[in-house]
Design a protein around this ligand. Structure first.
Ligand code: SF4
Length: 346
């Protein structure tokens, strides 16, 4: 009977060292293999040229390297790149490279589909099929780093967990991936350049604060009025704004790290002065930044971007109340790579 080979990247460095010792070799061989797997992103044992043929064959007999494959790469007229990423079991997720004059940001997925049901989001139409493993998240980042070097002549500078899925519903794997991304044995990126964007899962926000994470937190808020938020993000009925706010207060007290709110203003949904005032009240308890994001309609026009006058009202009121506000133009619209548009259309 054929035994299923284990994915070698599920092993820690210690476990790899132990494996070699148990097979009569030196522990440092584990370090060499670890470096191949993570720093050099090796896709085969054969390419590990500083190992003997016998060692490579022994690894081949015991393990597989499950790596992702960029099946399709689309380039937008504004330079944005969208990757359709095929996983080892055939499922597909999407990740996006967003270039500006000074930085390259990777927007990566954390789940195949999503278990939440935000009504404005294309990913919500795909039911959650599974969580991504740490190496699958890491590999998306490596692929975008390579593309950034190739097409923009510079390394990747920032990462946002804002692709498919709710990262805090796959917390352990997201954390492990970030450990690898920030480790000198991985990509050695600063955690300050990584933002985890959540729709707001209070229990997990508290856990992040307790775990002393060093990356930044963003919350997709979209409304600071419960009735409205529940209409557009139905899970708000369970994780109410009061719970969310308490968790964010806890986060701020522990981390002293500013909170970013992602916020889309939709026509006829959250575009009145009452909505703006509620947002100001919600933000007041801690230093905050509000990103007003341009929306990309995904189908029948139920959700439409509010006119500029509504955005101006938000900007004026927030600024008058000392809250930092930015207006973010959406990128990659022509290839369905913009916020809320990732839905494996191919
Ligand atoms: S907006 Fe995020 S959390 Fe909501 S359904 Fe889409 S992917 Fe999931």
């Amino acid at each position: 009977m054929e035994t299923k080979k284990k994915d070698i990247r599920a092993l820690t460095k210690e476990q790899l060292r132990d494996f070699f010792v148990a097979h009569g070799d030196k522990a440092f061989r584990g370090n060499q293999v670890y470096e191949w797997l993570w720093q050099k992103s090796a896709h085969s044992f054969e390419g590990m040229t500083n190992l003997s043929k016998a060692t490579r064959e022994m690894l081949e007999a015991n393990f597989v390297i499950n790596h992702i494959r960029v099946d399709q790469m689309q380039r937008s007229s504004d330079g944005t790149i969208k990757n359709a990423v095929r996983l080892h079991d055939g499922l597909v997720v999407e990740s996006v490279l967003i270039p500006t004059s000074s930085r390259t940001t990777a927007c990566v997925s954390s789940q195949v589909g999503c278990s939440l049901d935000c009504r404005f989001c294309a990913t919500a139409r795909l039911k959650r099929m599974r969580n991504l493993n740490p190496d699958e998240i890491y590999d998306q980042v490596v692929a975008i780093d390579n593309e950034s070097r190739l097409y923009f002549d510079r390394p990747l500078s920032n990462i946002v967990f804002m692709g498919m899925g709710e990262p805090l519903m796959n917390y352990n794997n997201v954390l492990k991936a970030i450990e690898k991304i920030t480790s000198p044995e991985g990509l050695a990126m600063s955690p300050k350049r990584i933002t985890v964007s959540t729709s707001g899962v209070p229990k997990m926000i508290r856990k992040m604060a307790d775990d002393g994470v060093k990356f930044k937190l963003a919350v997709s808020l979209h409304s600071a009025i419960d009735e409205i938020r529940t209409t557009i993000m139905p899970f708000n009925a369970t994780f109410t704004l009061a719970d969310l706010r308490e968790a964010l207060q806890y986060w701020y007290d522990k981390t002293k790290s500013r909170i970013t709110y992602e916020y889309v203003v939709w026509k006829g949904i959250n575009d009145t002065q009452k909505d703006v005032d509620a947002l100001v009240r919600f933000c007041r308890f801690a230093p905050s930044k509000v990103n007003l994001i341009e929306y990309n309609p995904i189908d029948d026009g139920e959700f439409l971007q509010a006119p500029d006058s509504a955005i101006d009202r938000y900007v004026d009121t927030l600024e008058r109340n000392g809250i930092t506000v930015t207006v973010r133009r959406s990128r990659g619209k022509d290839i369905d790579a913009a916020c809320g548009q990732l839905a494996n259309k191919q």
